[in-house]
Design a protein around this ligand. Structure first.
Ligand code: NAD
Ligand code: TYD
Length: 355
């Protein structure tokens, strides 16, 4: 059985990865997470007692602790997801993004190289450092042309995407300089269960259910390319287990939608599944608000290489995935209501009050 260290395993995508790996019964999962505001052990309730799952609270910037955990848990492969992940927060406080995404990734690379060098021959050959990154490193696409391929030059716009781009470069440098066996994946916007309600889709669902305004930046014309989180988790397992050393893989579901289309679709699903008590449609709550500074117009992933080389394709369309997501939020208030009450009340973030 392969032991995989998942960093950021208490976050949105990391918890989906932990659940997926455990359910395949092919892996032992070591979840390493600092438990920032974005991390929640409640997202791991399904697997917390599983004999092949273990949790360590640690900071990826703490190289010594990470090195100790790598050795003690006899880690065969690393999937690195721990990060500060919200663009609007990166506008308000970029240093946390530099610290975790850049310095933290380099600290983790240093611990990983040490560990990898001390492995036996077979384990050294099989080792992988899989860096989980984003399509936002490629920057702003025009509305009417272009898609991101693995060859698209990096041109990040936000402090978040700049920090992820920097970490991608460091991972490649560790491959070129120290021969660490790395692989990188760059994925489009995810959505699904256990999504922290600061991001568009869970913010809209939970605000609508609370009868609060649904904030749409600018005119809602910006386009994102959406992927259901469990499809991403399966893709990440494929990259970690089959991806070629030193390569990068773009992951996406060919599901471009404008933000306004996304919000209207959520409203229509809620109108059908949980009609408003006072009558009327949830679309009446849509409120156009000031645009995000440096707002990338469009992201669009060409996933052909992942499909061809890894044999991966999504199971959900945007419509089926969004319906499942809305159902999940309707059924799992126990998870998101305390977050909205105690951690994030929906206050607008990222309006240029740089700290
Ligand atoms: P998230 O914010 O939901 O979770 C991040 C997790 O990392 C949290 O559990 C947090 O506690 C942990 N963490 C933060 N700083 C840490 C530190 N210093 N040490 C240890 N743990 C720390 O993020 P997410 O949406 O699940 O994203 C996971 C990864 O996937 C990130 O690297 C992100 O850049 C990438 N990604 C996200 C998306 C998306 O749509 N959400 C798309 C593509 C790529
Ligand atoms: P977000 O979920 O923050 O992801 P990202 O910025 O990483 O793509 O935002 C998705 C899109 O939705 C983005 O174009 C910004 C927009 N948006 C809104 O219109 N209103 C909101 O309240 C939020 C959080 C985002």
């Amino acid at each position: 059985m392969t032991t995989v260290l998942v960093t950021g395993g208490a976050g949105f995508i990391g918890s989906a990865v932990c659940r997926h790996l455990i359910h395949t019964e092919r892996y032992r999962v070591v979840n390493l997470d600092k438990l920032t505001y974005a991390g929640s052990l409640a997202s791991l309730r399904d697997i917390e007692g599983h004999p092949n799952y273990v949790f360590h609270r640690a900071d990826i910037c703490d190289t010594k602790s990470v090195r100790r955990i790598l050795v003690a848990e006899r880690v065969d492969r690393i999937m690195h997801l721990a990060a500060e992940s919200h663009v609007d927060r990166s506008i308000d406080g970029p240093m946390a993004f530099v610290n975790t995404n850049v310095v933290g990734t380099v600290s983790l690379l240093a611990a990983a190289v040490d560990h990898w060098r001390n492995l036996g021959d077979d384990a050294r050959m099989g080792f992988r450092f899989h860096h989980v990154s984003t399509d936002e490193v490629f920057g702003d696409l025009p509305f009417d042309s272009g898609v991101f391929t693995e060859e698209t030059p990096y041109k990040p716009s936000s402090p978040y995407s700049a920090s992820k781009a920097a970490s991608d470069h460091f991972v490649r440098a560790w491959h070129e300089t120290y021969r660490l066996p790395v692989v990188i994946s760059n994925c489009s916007n995810n959505y699904g269960p256990f999504h922290f309600p600061e991001k568009l889709i869970p913010l809209i669902i939970t605000s609508a259910l609370d009868e609060r305004p649904l904030p749409v930046y600018g005119r809602g014309a910006n386009v994102r390319d959406w992927l259901y989180v469990e499809d991403h988790a399966r893709a990440l397992e494929a990259v970690m287990s089959k991806g070629r050393e030193g390569e990068s893989y773009n992951i996406g579901g060919r599901a471009e939608r404008t933000n306004l289309e996304v919000v209207r679709t959520i409203c229509a699903l809620l109108d059908a599944k949980r009609p408003r008590k006072g009558g009327g449609s949830y679309t009446d709550l849509i409120t156009f608000v000031a645009d995000r500074p440096g707002h990338d117009r469009r992201y669009a992933i060409d996933p052909a290489k992942s499909e061809r080389e890894l044999g991966w394709c999504p199971h959900e369309t945007f419509e089926t995935g969004l319906a499942r997501t809305v159902d999940w939020f309707l059924d799992n208030g126990w998870w998101w209501k305390p977050i909205r009450e105690q951690l994030f009340d929906g206050t607008r973030l990222g309006l240029l009050s740089v700290g």
